[in-house]
Design a protein around this ligand. Structure first.
Ligand code: PGA
Length: 260
């Protein structure tokens, strides 16, 4: 029986003013009080808004997280934010290895592994992102690319640690483009990731790890994606910036029947 936690996470990226963010969160809180769910609703604002958003959501079922974390514990790293600092600001989750961090900020596999390790150490749940570029899919190398990313970063961890990680499959060509992966493409990649986890950490462990889909996921396509057996939720960019669409995604995800 599938007992995996369902997760809907909103990655605000570098968007929204504080006022807009507070308004949006207040709408989500209002909805959550009327329609609580068994699972996680996570908001991932920019660093400066983490504390204010955490203050608002503290007594609610909504959790917060950050979009990045330093791989270092503390010290002379101007501009960086540590895992302990995120924890102090109320974060429960942190995105690690988003494609924008990999490509724009040149984050290496080694760095991502260290970021996951330090997140786990500080009791933050890493949402580790993988996904192929457009040319890697058109040249039919998507499985090879994703298994390479999984191996390079997760190889350093044992079963106990891997159980504290959430994985998000985000095809780079689908992020912010309006072009989501088709249910067939997402379904086969999620099944592939589950199989990879099973081969590397055993079936029982693999079956407990939540796998999220991200990349132009919105209310109009979410039902087909969220109904797939190996998709346990979504990492949502654009559609998380609007209360109505994020709430609609929540309704779609949490009406999904648990597949045995
Ligand atoms: P998108 O972003 O939903 O706007 O495509 C997803 C993400 O980058 O996490």
């Amino acid at each position: 029986m599938n007992t995996r936690k369902k997760i809907l996470a909103g990655n605000w990226k570098m968007n929204l003013t504080l006022n807009e963010g507070v308004n949006l969160v207040n709408h989500l809180i209002e909805d959550e009080q009327k329609n609580p769910v068994e699972g996680e609703i996570v908001i991932l604002p920019a660093f400066p808004f983490l504390q204010p958003v955490s203050n608002l959501t503290m007594q609610t079922g909504i959790r917060t997280g950050a979009q990045n974390v330093s791989e270092h514990e503390k010290g002379a790293f101007t501009g960086e934010v540590s895992a302990q600092m995120l924890k102090d600001c109320g974060a429960a989750y942190v995105i690690v290895g988003h494609s924008e961090r990999r490509s724009i900020f040149h984050e290496s596999d080694q760095m991502l592994s260290e970021k996951i390790a330090i997140s786990i150490k500080h009791d933050l749940i890493p949402i580790f992102c993988v996904g192929e570029q457009k040319n890697e899919r058109t040249s039919d190398r998507h499985f090879e690319v994703v298994s390479g990313q999984l191996y390079a970063v997760l190889n350093a961890f044992g079963k106990d640690d891997i159980l504290k990680v959430v994985i998000a499959y985000e095809p780079v060509w689908a992020i912010g483009t309006g072009l989501n992966a088709s249910p067939e493409q997402a379904g086969e990649m999620h099944a592939f990731i589950r199989r990879w986890l099973s081969e590397n950490f055993g079936n029982e462990t693999a079956n407990q790890i939540p796998l999220l889909y991200g990349g132009s996921c919105k209310p109009s396509n979410a039902a087909d994606l969220f109904s797939l057996e190996n998709i346990d939720g979504g990492l949502i960019g654009g559609a998380s910036l609007d209360a109505n669409s994020f709430i609609a995604l929540k309704e779609i995800l949490f009406s999904k029947k648990i597949v045995a």
